[in-house]
Ligand binder design. Structure first.
Ligand SMILES: Nc1nc2c(c(=O)[nH]1)N[C@H]1C(S)=C(S)[C@@H](COP(=O)(O)OP(=O)(O)OC[C@H]3O[C@@H](n4cnc5c(=O)[nH]c(N)nc54)[C@H](O)[C@@H]3O)O[C@H]1N2
Ligand SMILES: Nc1nc2c(c(=O)[nH]1)N[C@H]1C(S)=C(S)[C@@H](COP(=O)(O)OP(=O)(O)OC[C@H]3O[C@@H](n4cnc5c(=O)[nH]c(N)nc54)[C@H](O)[C@@H]3O)O[C@H]1N2
Ligand code: SF4
Ligand SMILES: [Mo]
Length: 874
């Protein structure tokens, strides 16, 4: 809430009138977030003007996609009249209650019409004017990002790409290509011999490591409790995270019973954000990237206060103390003795921790007592703390502290991930959709580049290939050569979302070919040579949003309009390119998009009260004939037409129903019969695999990681705030830690261009009142935020709810780089994240250092007053 307050304070809302009928409380925390009706540049008259709140006669409500990677996965519905959207709404399939939650959308979802029908949609295939096929000089690579564009036909576009793909694969081979598992062009590239891909720890940060080696489930999702159990806790700790801003949908509602029951909430992180405020949480401040120091102080104090559940540790864990070591231990050291200072002479006291993490000593001691063995506590972590350099010990230490309190496998207790749609509930999926039956072309090349080193590796001509984040296979440093000539941007925002934007521009300019399929002239398109316009999901046959979804709901969407202008689907593009290259197109895409969707519907199911999975949708022979698809009629819980019109099916819950779930209950009940997936079958507070693997990968000096969790300094981070890295001494050149909250205006960069959202959320940089005063910066001033990696401009939002020493630069703003001045004007986060990594090749977005100053150039105008990026090519 408080972050929103600053948005209000920055003054932009005063100019607005609010849209009648938009859901002001759609961000589930009831943040001030609202959909503003001001029509700045580019919102246009025409179709969109019809949504200004007036009455509508007639029209039909249909379900529509909200498909981007915000994690919300909400129901989105559109009132369509004469083929145009005139209203947007959300879940009306049933009345909302805690038992039967609606999956309501947020203002981003309700602005999707500005994606589909946006004036800035890419309409035709385009070619960068100076680029010519053939490589070398003909590419005029240095003009990428500043060239003019010309319209070309689909035939020309496919001919040009096919010719270049043949030339590049023929001359240099597949190792000259980087792509990222996109569904069309990248599928063709996989068939041509493959490409080097990217290993990115992205969302889950260091939890993208092999968590099973510690005894945790993959990424530590899935072993907290069902939401009906939250009220049984005395205390719920939220470590990092901000569901109110960045989970959307209904996840905050999972805690409503607990909130009403008076459960105490505690928020641990650098800002007292909207989520903390919603729960009236006690704030325990920590600097970004220093959670291990904080938790070590907590662990030490738990021992001092005698609140450790020794019995739990002895029975379910290895490595806490010398008497309980795993069989494969090579080092005669254990966690407890490390805490006591046996190996480095430094006991990890609250006082020791406080210097590093900035948490007051009394807060650390209070926290240790609060989460002790005599209390019912849910320790729920988000992943912001894991998206930090050198945070690789976070998962093991969080688990250790949970085990010290005995907080696993019991009602009212939990220890694990709370993120996106898993925030506040867990257990087996109760509703799901079926398999599409589509084919998958394997990329035969298994080498990958660590995302934070991507652009530098391209320039260096070599990279370290150590396995894939989110897999269970990691290996030792393995330096490979690569002379990259072709970059394919399809379905990911590589330029925007990968660290080191200034190096990205240089690396991209060294290519012979860059292709991009996109809806808009975003950073990927801007720096490409050939741009292919793709349909939005509103122009496709319908589908199910991927990514994580609520355990109780399956969401579906239908087609809103025919494809606009010359946009095509990824599959259509892939098939055209494949045909032109003489590849076996029918093998690669054996099914139509419609049949794939139909298969997903037929395969959809839900869990009935007896625990059986049964078909969800009733499909008749008439339906099958009408769709013109293959399939057998079936009986389900809901008729096809109703399912598609509702946009979802949600399982109705009740207190004490058969769908309840307590994480780790089976292991706690019988550890021998239900071992954890680690080498010892237990929670490994000493994990040999962890240390051996991390130390061998070559991103941190060998020996950095112990088999038990310790505090590891980050390359920048807390120590980087000080000259000579001496904490508490003189400030360094970059004396702040910058972190990147995921922001309400957009999902990553997607929707950053939507006029209503630009108007509603101005995208400031958050600066603490203390630091602002010290630098003479007032709320609303334009500031330059900079470090050794880059420089960006934003309007300051000066706030009391951010720890001094921290700067919050929202994630995902569309890069607007002024090459003459060497400064980005959009507040793009990856300007300040450099080619820095550690541990597992981690993308450590949240603990870079920076500085800021009042900007002496022209003040920024609000983003919503800037013209939209429209390329006029005829
Ligand atoms: N500095 C910094 N960087 C970060 C983060 C941070 O906090 N700070 N966060 C990180 C995190 S957690 C994540 S998950 C990543 C996300 O990084 P990405 O996954 O790269 O980001 P998205 O924008 O979701 O990428 C989707 C892209 O596909 C396009 N698209 C949408 N639909 C379609 C379609 O049907 N077909 C095609 N071809 N394209 C489509 C969208 O326009 C968009 O460009 O960013 C990471 N980067
Ligand atoms: N609106 C919107 N929603 C999104 C997205 C989006 O781009 N926009 N992206 C989606 C994706 S892919 C992801 S991964 C999620 C990310 O969702 P979250 O992980 O919740 O993301 P953040 O917004 O980075 O972090 C939230 C809070 O964590 C705290 N924090 C930051 N660094 C640290 C740290 O080092 N330690 C501790 N203890 N706290 C810290 C800060 O208080 C911050 O407000 O959001 C998803 N939802
Ligand atoms: S939270 Fe995400 S999925 Fe839900 S309506 Fe908003 S943008 Fe769409
Ligand atoms: Mo993410």
């Amino acid at each position: 809430m408080s972050d929103s307050r600053n948005v209000l304070k920055s003054g932009a809302l005063t100019r607005r009138r609010f849209l009648k009928g938009s859901a002001a409380a759609a961000v589930s925390a009831g943040a001030f977030a609202s959909l503003a009706a001001c029509t700045p540049q580019g919102a246009g008259d025409g179709e969109l003007a019809a949504t200004d709140g007036g009455a509508v006669d007639g029209g039909t409500w249909i379900s529509a996609a909200c498909w981007h990677n915000c994690g919300g996965r909400c129901v989105n519905r559109v009132l369509v009249k004469d083929g145009k959207p005139v209203r947007q709404g959300s879940d009306t399939s049933h009345e909302d209650s805690f038992e039967w939650l609606q999956q309501r959308g947020c203002p981003r979802g309700r602005s999707q019409q500005q994606q589909c029908f946006g004036e800035d949609r890419l309409k035709y295939p385009m070619k960068r004017k100076s680029w010519q096929p053939g490589g070398g000089e003909a590419s005029h690579g240095d003009l990428r990002g500043r060239d003019e564009w010309e319209r070309i036909s689909w035939d020309e576009a496919i001919d040009l790409i096919a010719g270049e793909v043949e030339r590049i694969y023929g001359t240099y081979g597949p190792r000259a290509v980087i792509a990222n598992y996109g569904p069309g062009v990248d599928t063709v590239l996989a068939k041509m011999g493959g490409y080097i891909s990217i290993s990115d720890t992205s969302s889950c940060g260091v939890y993208a490591f092999n968590m099973t080696s510690l005894g945790l489930p993959g990424c530590d999702l899935g072993e907290t409790n069902d939401r009906f159990d939250n009220k049984n806790a005395e205390t719920i700790v939220l470590m990092g995270g901000n569901s109110a801003w960045s989970s959307g949908g209904s996840t905050m509602n999972n805690f409503n019973e607990a909130k009403d029951a008076g459960v105490q909430f505690v928020y641990v992180g650098p800002s007292y954000n909207a989520t903390a405020a919603y729960f009236d949480a006690r704030w325990v401040p920590v600097y970004p990237g220093t959670d291990t120091a904080f938790l070590l102080g907590v662990a030490y104090e738990m021992i001092q206060q005698g609140v450790v559940d020794q019995e739990f540790l002895d029975k379910y864990c290895v490595g806490f103390d010398a008497a309980h070591m795993p069989a494969d231990a090579k080092l005669d050291e254990n966690f407890k003795d490390y805490l006591m200072g046996a190996y480095d002479g430094t006991p990890k006291t609250a006082e020791w921790a406080s210097v590093i993490c900035g948490t007051p000593v009394d807060d650390i001691k209070w926290f240790a007592e609060t989460i002790g063995k005599d209390h019912a506590v849910m320790l729920l972590h988000n992943y912001a703390l894991a998206r930090c350099s050198s945070a690789d010990n976070v998962p093991q230490l969080f688990m250790t502290v949970g085990a010290m309190g005995g907080h696993m496998g019991k009602s009212g207790h939990a220890c694990g991930g709370a993120y996106k749609t898993f925030a506040g509930t867990n257990g087996p999926e109760l509703a799901y959709y079926g398999d599409s039956g589509g084919a998958w072309v394997e990329n035969p090349i298994t080498d990958s580049i660590s995302a934070p080193l991507l652009w530098q590796s391209i320039l260096d001509g070599s990279f370290n290939s150590t396995g894939f984040a989110y897999s269970e296979e990691f290996h030792a440093q393995d330096i490979k050569q690569a002379d990259i000539k072709y970059l394919s941007f399809e379905g990911s925002s590589m330029v925007q979302c990968t660290p080191d934007a200034t190096t990205a521009i240089e690396a991209i300019r060294s290519m012979e070919l860059v292709t991009c399929s996109s809806h808009f002239f975003n950073a990927q398109a801007k720096y490409a040579d050939i741009v292919l316009p793709i349909t939005t999901e509103w122009e496709r046959v319908g589908g199910f949003p991927g990514h994580q979804r609520s355990r109780e709901t399956v969401i579906v969407y239908t087609q809103v309009t025919d494809p606009l202008f010359e946009a095509k689907t990824d599959q259509e593009i892939g098939m055209m390119l494949s045909d032109r290259l003489g590849l076996p197109t029918a093998e690669m895409w054996p099914l139509s998009e419609k049949q794939q969707f139909f298969n997903q519907i037929l395969g959809a199911g839900y869990m009935d009260e007896t625990g059986e999975y049964v078909p969800l949708v009733t499909v008749t022979q008439e339906d099958i004939d009408q769709w013109g698809c293959e399939g057998e009629p079936q009986e389900g819980a809901v008729e096809l037409a109703k399912f598609l019109s509702d946009g979802c099916f949600t399982v109705r819950r009740s207190e004490g129903d058969s769908y309840g779930y307590i994480g780790y209950a089976d292991y706690i009940a019988d550890p021998e019969a239900n071992p954890r997936p680690s080498a010892s079958g237990k929670f490994e507070i000493y994990c040999q695999y962890k240390a051996d693997t991390l130390n061998s990968m070559g991103y941190s000096p060998d020996g950095t990681f112990k088999p038990y969790p310790t505090y590891v300094e980050a390359p920048e981070g807390r120590e980087g705030m000080f000259a000579d890295r001496a904490v508490g001494g003189a400030p360094s050149e970059y004396p702040f830690i910058v972190y990147n909250p995921h922001y309400l205006r957009r999902a990553h960069p997607v929707l950053d261009n939507a006029p209503w959202l630009r108007e509603a959320w101005p995208n400031p940089v958050f600066i603490s009142a203390t630091d602002a005063a010290a630098r003479g910066v007032a709320d609303g001033d334009t500031v330059r935020v900079y470090n050794a990696h880059g420089s960006t401009l934003r309007t300051a939002s000066v706030t009391e709810i951010l720890m001094p020493g921290c700067v919050g630069l929202p994630h995902g703003a569309w890069m607007d780089y002024d090459e003459d001045e060497g400064v980005d004007r959009a507040g793009m986060d990856n300007m300040l994240c450099g080619s820095v990594t550690s541990g597992m090749g981690t993308s450590g977005y949240n603990n870079y250092n920076c500085n800021f100053e009042k900007y002496d150039g022209e003040a920024l105008v609000p983003d919503c007053e800037l013209p939209q990026r429209i390329v006029n090519v005829g």
